[in-house]
Ligand binder design. Structure first.
Ligand code: ZN
Length: 314
């Protein structure tokens, strides 16, 4: 069995026209104003196929093709950085919950709410207690820091309910904010203040992966996923194997999840290919980066199963 801990549902009504994909190109982010950044990003986005999936069926098809039995949809709140969308943030979260309800054996979901919204804590409560959200996804590069006090009411609730807070971590170009917003060290304060909070860091923190390794050594309540490393894995298999091996050795294999970040990376490396690539590591990884089938099975299934087996204590 494979569990995808990290994917998204893209619905047109969730997005303002200003919306652009996040990306990271070192050195390209200097001195870009918001408008210029959006214009450049839009040009780049024009090359991409539209991933709209209003009823979730494209996602289910993708899962079937890849042999993914369950997936966790992480909702994203872009309203404050790009402007509000056709659906309010409450409507968007409810919408995702309704799609998930239609595929109860296949899908779970984490709500997405910007902690700067005055209604954030109340909406979080509604998402978990009424609409079945299993955690919350936060996206600091939309303009806040994980340790901002505005986010604390969310952590208090997540900690009390025993459910995870999922953070995007890793540098991104403008118009996304990158003044340390997505650096793993910003989580240290949160992890110390909420020693029981389950924190998941997405993407191994991308280029900040070394810092995430360091954070993992000092905080036991932090977990991570390695989604959106598909391109690295394809281009430089040795590098991918080496970094994943270090995470298993130094972070601990019980704290690492498999994810796809679909539909973001799908047009470069399909979920099917990605699942196969990771499952093949015990046979294919170049020496000395050896993997056992037990390790891979923990990443692909066991760890997520254990995490998701506990329902929120509400
Ligand atoms: Zn993502």
């Amino acid at each position: 069995m494979t569990i995808d801990m990290h994917c998204h549902l893209f619905v047109e009504e969730f997005h303002n026209d200003n919306y652009v994909y996040a990306f990271w190109n070192p050195g390209q982010q200097k001195s870009l104003g918001l408008e210029e950044a959006i214009a450049i990003s839009k040009e780049r986005n024009a090359l991409r196929p539209s991933p709209w999936d209003p009823d979730g069926t494209i996602n289910i098809k993708r899962m079937d093709e890849a042999g993914i039995e369950k997936a966790v949809i992480l909702h994203l709140d872009y309203g404050i950085i790009f402007g509000e969308a056709a659906l309010t943030i409450e409507q968007q979260n409810k919408y995702v919950s309704e799609i998930v309800k239609r595929f109860p054996d296949r899908l779970l979901w984490f709500c997405g709410i910007d902690p700067r919204r005055p209604e954030a804590a109340g909406l979080f409560e509604k998402c978990v207690t009424q609409w079945g959200a299993r955690g919350i996804k936060l996206y600091p590069t939309t303009g806040f820091l994980a340790a901002d006090r505005e986010a604390y009411p969310l952590y208090e609730r997540a900690s009390a309910w025993g459910i995870p807070v999922y953070f995007h971590m890793g540098p991104e170009n403008p118009p996304y904010r990158n003044e340390g917003n997505a650096h793993p060290s910003t989580l240290l304060r949160v992890l110390v203040d909420f020693p029981d909070l389950k924190v998941i860091v997405a993407h191994l923190g991308f280029d900040f992966w070394r810092d995430l390794l360091a954070l993992g050594k000092v905080c036991e309540n932090v977990m991570c996923d390695f989604c959106a490393w598909q391109r690295v894995a394809k281009r430089n298999y040795e590098q991918f194997s080496r970094i994943l091996r270090r995470f298993i050795d130094e972070f601990g294999r019980e704290r690492i999840f498999f994810g796809t970040d679909a539909p973001f990376v799908e047009d470069f490396v399909s979920s099917k290919e990605w699942v196969e690539l990771v499952r093949d590591l015990p046979n294919q990884a170049p020496s000395p980066n050896r993997f056992t089938p037990e390790e891979i099975s923990a990443l692909m299934e066991g760890n997520a199963k254990r995490l998701l087996a506990t329902a929120p204590k509400i």
